[in-house]
Design a protein around this ligand. Structure first.
Ligand code: ZN
Ligand code: ZN
Length: 218
């Protein structure tokens, strides 16, 4: 289970240490995973940069699960603060480098652009010791939506693809219900049932739980 910041609890050394920050108008989740060297940040909602600084975390890399404004809000600030590389999928390059394109779709402020140090694509590996993630590209909510699967420790950072009891909305630009549902069926549901999913909104869940009870996947 992800713990809210601040995270002072002692954890078993073989268990991933994951801290959760939720912020912004859309109550977007950011996750911070303790690495051998610093922390891996997953998404950057409003207030995330300040929260990590207050908690004394050093961000060594930032992954954006997709380019929607509620996930990239603090990305530029985090890069400024930590000089960390940013990774996202090439299909969300426009959203990340020119966030103003979402002005007609609920973007409530002017955001600073953020540029990828490296694009992440389907089947790419992201090695951040001691973890190795496999990238799963699952468009349909957003063209560049990715999930990060850590097979050995059995967890996924899922962005806005699969939620506890739900899936990402598909009515925004570039969205597609059929792409989203088929992507989840092909790439997520075959994973082991006990795999923990840390989504971009709401509580964490497991693949097995969603396979059995998610109304969108019947
Ligand atoms: Zn989104
Ligand atoms: Zn979102």
């Amino acid at each position: 289970m992800a713990q809210p910041l601040p995270d002072c609890a002692l954890t078993m050394s073989h268990q991933p240490q994951i801290s959760l920050y939720t912020g912004g108008l859309a109550e977007t989740n950011a996750y911070f995973l303790k690495l051998d060297d610093g922390w891996l940040a997953i998404d950057a909602p409003e207030g995330a940069a300040a929260a990590v600084a207050e908690n004394g975390l050093t961000v060594s890399a930032l992954v954006l699960t997709h380019g929607h404004w509620d996930h990239i809000w603090d990305a530029a600030d985090m890069v400024e603060k930590f000089h960390c590389p940013v990774y996202y999928h090439r299909d969300d390059e426009l959203l990340c480098t020119n966030p103003d394109v979402m002005r007609d779709f609920g973007l409530p402020a002017k955001l600073k652009p953020v540029h990828a140090a490296r694009f992440l694509a389907q089947d790419n590996t992201l090695a951040v010791a001691p973890y190795t993630f496999k990238i799963l590209h699952i468009p349909g909510h957003c063209p560049g939506s990715i999930c990060l699967h850590e097979e050995q420790h059995g967890f996924i950072f899922g962005g806005d693809v699969l939620f506890a009891g739900g899936v990402g909305r598909w009515d925004l630009p570039g969205g597609s219900e059929s792409q989203l549902i088929s992507g989840i069926r092909q790439k997520l549901l075959p994973l082991p049932g006990q795999t923990v999913v840390y989504p971009g909104h709401g509580p964490d869940t497991t693949i097995g739980e969603e396979k059995r009870h998610n109304p969108y996947l019947r």
